[in-house]
Design a protein around this ligand. Structure first.
Ligand SMILES: Cc1cc2nc3c(=O)[nH]c(=O)nc-3n(C[C@H](O)[C@H](O)[C@H](O)COP(=O)(O)O)c2cc1C
Length: 222
């Protein structure tokens, strides 16, 4: 089983989010799963330019590291998204990746995969950002097994660390358990199926312009 972790902190794995992600990954590794960490800090993922080429061809026209991240997302069994809270949302690095995933979202191409999300903050709105990242996971067609968020209590320290790290490790184990058991998340089904109807409708009325996505949906729902 392959679990891919993507971290959007400009501090990479050396900051607070990396510290919390380490605990989630410890839970993942306990199950025997293979892990890979992608730190957006070290990669070039430029903002989407809305050229629509991905919708037409399935490949982004910007020559940077996005396509290789996309291939890793398509190849993994489960993934983890980790970001600090930057003004009630994710970092610009992570948001650039989310936007570049627009083609994957239109196709809901990560259906059948599972994800977990990790967030840290200076002092609050953790749930808001965790919920936002979880909704992003669902728009890709994947199920979210849950998320963990915490305010910091200093450099790479958190309040109630024993409890927090136990929960983080459990989240990692849960992610692998969901992949292994192909767990269903009925509470996410309404959103995912509604979004799926919306995306297939969108691609349907844009079919002349977006042939790649039309063919993708034709194959998905012949
Ligand atoms: C540009 C910027 C914006 C931030 N915005 C918020 C915020 O809106 N709310 C908050 O609680 N913390 C905010 N923080 C604090 C970070 O979320 C927090 O320190 C986090 O743990 C940093 O994670 P890292 O060490 O992995 O980068 C902000 C920090 C920066 C640099």
């Amino acid at each position: 089983m392959k679990i891919l972790a993507i971290i959007g902190s400009p501090r990479g794995m050396l900051g607070n989010t990396g510290r919390l992600l380490d605990e989630v990954l410890a839970g993942v590794r306990e199950t025997g799963a293979e892990t890979e960490i992608i730190s957006l800090k070290t990669l070039d993922v430029q903002p989407c330019v809305a050229c629509d080429v991905c919708h037409k061809t399935g490949i982004c026209n910007i020559k940077d590291d996005y396509e290789s991240i996309k291939e890793k997302l398509l190849a993994c069994d489960g993934f983890i998204l980790a970001s600090p809270n930057y003004i009630f949302s994710v970092t610009a690095q992570m948001k650039a990746l989310f936007d570049r995933c627009n083609g994957l979202i239109h196709c809901m191409a990560l259906e059948g995969k599972y994800a977990a999300v990790v967030e840290t903050s200076g002092g609050g709105e953790d749930a808001e950002v965790v919920t936002y990242m979880g909704r992003f996971v669902n728009t890709l067609g994947a199920n979210s097994v849950g998320g963990i968020g915490s305010p910091m209590a200093g450099i790479r320290t958190f309040p109630d660390e024993t409890n927090l790290y136990a929960k983080a490790q459990n989240l990692g184990r849960e992610l692998c358990g969901a992949v292994a058991g192909q767990r269903k998340f009925p509470e996410q089904e309404e959103f995912i199926s509604g979004f799926s109807a919306r995306m297939s409708g969108l691609v349907g009325y844009m079919k002349e312009y977006w042939p790649f996505e039309r063919e993708y949906w034709d194959k998905k729902h012949p």
